[in-house]
Design a protein around this ligand. Structure first.
Ligand code: FAD
Length: 458
């Protein structure tokens, strides 16, 4: 241990390494239900070269390395399941380039969502990037690595679809680039090359450490608006979502269903955010969206919720504070959700699962979804709040999450950013040849098995 710590100190400086119990405790868990796991040390590098040296040292000493961005994944993916060193990316927080014409930004692996948003607002107010509703300290790299989604996902897909290239330190310590930046100075696209970025997306930090990435930017509209569509039957939702997405004018579409407040109970709401360069365009888009579901309104079986002007800003906030507010409803700082990636037509059954499981386990719940692409899929979320200081409460939420994961898999959905037991449940449903290929790739990239071990393993 003392050899490890002193060698890490030589690489990044003594103030950027810790093996103090109090500090390690903070890195041993996240807000979710997964039990804490104490790491042996934490290291906070500042450059790609430092990351390389840390990786080479870990290889030499056969010590696990766990890459961490904001540590907000909630499913315990940044815990040291087999001990080892947490590699905290926060100091690698430089924004390297914004290309206003090809609309992309290149950032280091520790740049947070909030930093890029603030930078664009200050220097490129005509541009924006797609943000998750996670607290703004979540990193772009951490979110892209888990196939996150956000407020432009109806337009641009998953955040991994908006990726234009990466610089990655492999488990061997070598640096590779994926996408156009591996051939040209520009970070504009992954095409037309073999898409090697897939080697690092969805792997829970088991195949490499992303030190730089390029992400697509989008026009930042001057005029913005939100509509809230409401209906009473889950069975109507797939058709409503299909109609609304077919207009291709919304930026974000988020259905939500909660038992509280009382006025919302039993109804299916869809927040539809859209923007425009002029008032005329905004009205045109609003009319298109409303016309797409007019037959429901005419038949008086659904409608648009009037939103008082003073309330509109709240629904248009990016990131939306609503989930974060719900997360704290039980106090005690516990929060986790199953986000299952699913086909849109599964909406009614997905909703039944959430209600049934939450009521069975007596957990405080909020259900919803984020529509991704032009209705191509959705991330259906089952958010369970719990008090982390109350062991029974944590246990109830954990049991509800586990049952939800299984039920989603039965519906043909796939738990997203799955915690370790849910990864194993996915593997049990997976084509064995796919899992075999995953293992062969991993063995090739990381023969010593030092990268975030314990994940994607049976
Ligand atoms: C209230 C709330 C709302 C949320 N809403 C959303 C939402 O709308 N959309 C959404 O997508 N998510 C959402 N989340 C989930 C999560 O917080 C985000 O996805 C977040 O962006 C994860 O980023 P992070 O930097 O915290 O990643 P971390 O938790 O640090 O890491 C996530 C995974 O990526 C790996 N990793 C991290 N950095 C690197 C790197 N540089 N190289 C290689 N691997 C790396 C880690 O090992 C881990 O496996 C929400 C969370 C909360 C608490």
């Amino acid at each position: 241990m003392s050899d490890l710590v002193s060698r890490l100190q030589d690489i990044v400086g003594a103030e950027n390494v810790s093996a103090e119990a109090e500090e390690l405790f903070l890195y041993s868990k996240d807000m979710g239900t997964m039990p804490p796991r104490m790491p042996d040390a934490v290291v906070i590098p500042n450059t790609t070269e430092e990351v390389q040296k840390v990786v080479k040292t870990a290889n030499e000493l056969k010590v696990p390395l766990i890459p961490m961005g904001g540590g907000l994944v909630l499913s315990g993916l940044t815990r040291a399941l087999k001990g080892g060193v947490i590699l905290d990316m926060k100091r690698m927080n430089r924004i390297l380039e914004v290309n206003p014409h090809s609309r992309y930004a290149v950032v280091e692996g520790g740049v947070s969502q909030g930093m890029l948003k603030a930078w664009l607002q200050k220097y490129h107010p005509q541009l924006k990037h797609s943000m998750p509703d996670a607290p703004p300290i979540a990193t772009l790299a951490g979110n892209v690595c888990i196939h996150g989604s956000g407020h432009l996902s109806v337009q641009g897909g998953y955040h991994s679809d908006m990726l234009t290239g990466m610089e990655v330190v492999l488990p061997s310590g070598e640096v590779v680039r994926t996408g156009s930046c591996s051939v040209s100075p520009g970070w504009f696209a992954k095409a037309p090359l073999p898409d090697l970025s897939g080697l690092f997306l969805g792997w829970a930090g088991t195949t490499g450490i992303v030190t730089k990435l390029g992400v697509q930017l989008f026009p930042n509209y001057q005029y913005n608006d939100v509509l809230i569509f409401v209906c009473e039957q889950a069975g109507q939702m797939p058709d409503v979502i299909s109609r609304l997405t077919a207009t291709q004018v919304a930026e974000d579409m988020t259905p939500w269903m909660t038992p509280k407040p009382e006025w919302a109970k039993g109804f299916f709401h869809i927040n539809i955010a859209f923007g425009a360069h002029s008032k005329k365009e905004l009205i045109f888009k609003r009319n298109l969206l409303q016309a797409s579901v007019r037959s429901y309104v005419d038949e008086k079986i659904a409608g648009f919720l009037p939103i008082p002007p003073a309330q509109k800003d709240r629904f248009m906030k990016i990131p939306s504070p609503d989930l974060a507010r719900f997360a704290d409803v039980r106090k005690g700082g516990g929060f986790e959700y199953v986000g299952a990636i699913m086909a849109i037509e599964r909406f009614p059954e997905a909703y039944d699962v959430g209600k049934r499981v939450a009521e069975k386990h007596g957990v405080t719940y909020s259900l919803g979804a984020r529509i991704v692409g032009a209705g191509h899929s959705m991330m259906f979320f089952y958010a369970y709040a719990f008090n982390r200081a109350d062991a029974d409460d944590v246990q109830r939420a954990a049991a509800a999450l586990e049952e939800t994961n299984e039920a989603c898999l039965k519906l043909g959905g796939i738990p997203w950013k799955a915690e370790q037991p849910a990864q194993q449940a996915i593997i049990r449903h997976m084509d064995p040849n796919t899992f075999d290929l995953m293992n062969r790739i991993r063995d090739t990239l990381d023969p010593q098995g030092i990268m975030n071990p314990g994940n994607w393993e049976m």
